[in-house]
Design a protein around this ligand. Structure first.
Ligand SMILES: Nc1nc2c(ncn2[C@@H]2O[C@H](COP(=O)(O)OP(=O)(O)O)[C@@H](O)[C@H]2O)c(=O)[nH]1
Ligand SMILES: [Mg+2]
Ligand SMILES: [Zn+2]
Length: 223
């Protein structure tokens, strides 16, 4: 089993989230580290997708992964075991989100020297995580087919703050009443610039497009 470190971070109610988030971005940009924040409802496929994605990218860029959970370390352990990359489990004292101050403390503890790509698997929740800028360069959210195409209408902020929306478990579309055109229409009404990409961690559909998208995002530099 890969060894996963665990860090406890609790909320500091006095911290100013936006300025800390900007400080994280500035620091990571200077370090040449692209920071991606993955968000979604529980069970929409974050850990599974990240594992597949990391295995495709790990020979091209140096990757570190952070996982936030209320108390378990299951996901960081899953990623570490399946990919071999350095992985950190953040325990956040029972909150349903992580803020920039908590993210900064985790990054400082983890260390990002020599890391080209830093990945955060956020807490499974479609509401709070959208309200807290983590300092990531890009927000990527996952909407899985079984959740339904109406979720952008119900959780608009999540779709508004996400640069990329992955429609996951696209292999199951034949079993659900999920209309991809409707989902795209709702998402683009909230966020005209969102990139929408159907993917499946099971069949691999869309993963090379996602890989290319990530590899082309600054400050990532392919050496
Ligand atoms: N059919 C299908 N199932 C998937 C896919 N990705 C994840 N799953 C399943 O969805 C469930 C939840 O996945 P998980 O990665 O733990 O979701 P998370 O809670 O967002 O991290 C698991 O049973 C996965 O095997 C996919 O692309 N297709
Ligand atoms: Mg997970
Ligand atoms: Zn919250």
């Amino acid at each position: 089993m890969g060894k996963v470190r665990i860090i406890e971070v609790h909320e500091n109610v006095f911290s100013a989230n936006e300025s800390t988030a900007d400080e994280i971005r500035r620091m990571l940009t200077e370090n040449g580290t692209l920071f991606l924040n993955f968000m979604s409802a529980p069970g929409s496929g974050k850990t599974t997708l990240l594992t597949a994605l990391i295995n495709r990218l790990k020979d091209k860029v140096r990757i570190a992964e952070m996982d936030v959970d209320i108390e378990s370390s299951l996901d960081a352990q899953r990623v570490a075991d399946a990919t071999g990359v350095r992985s950190l489990q953040i325990h956040n004292g029972g909150l349903c989100h992580i803020d920039a101050d908590m993210t900064l403390r985790a990054i400082q503890e983890f260390g990002v020297e020599g890391v080209d790509l830093l990945i955060l698997e956020n807490i499974g929740n479609l509401v709070c995580p959208a309200e807290f800028d983590t300092g990531a360069h890009k927000n990527i959210m996952l909407l899985s087919v079984p959740e339904g195409d109406d979720k952008p209408l119900k959780y608009p902020l999540m779709f508004t703050v996400s640069d990329i929306v992955l429609v996951t478990k696209i292999d199951t579309i034949g079993f659900f009443n999920f209309n991809l055109e409707n989902a795209e229409k709702y998402i683009h009404a909230l966020n005209p610039n969102a990139v929408i990409l159907p993917v499946s961690a099971k069949t691999g559909e869309g993963l090379s497009e996602l890989e290319e998208l990530i590899l082309g995002t600054p400050p990532l530099k392919l050496s």
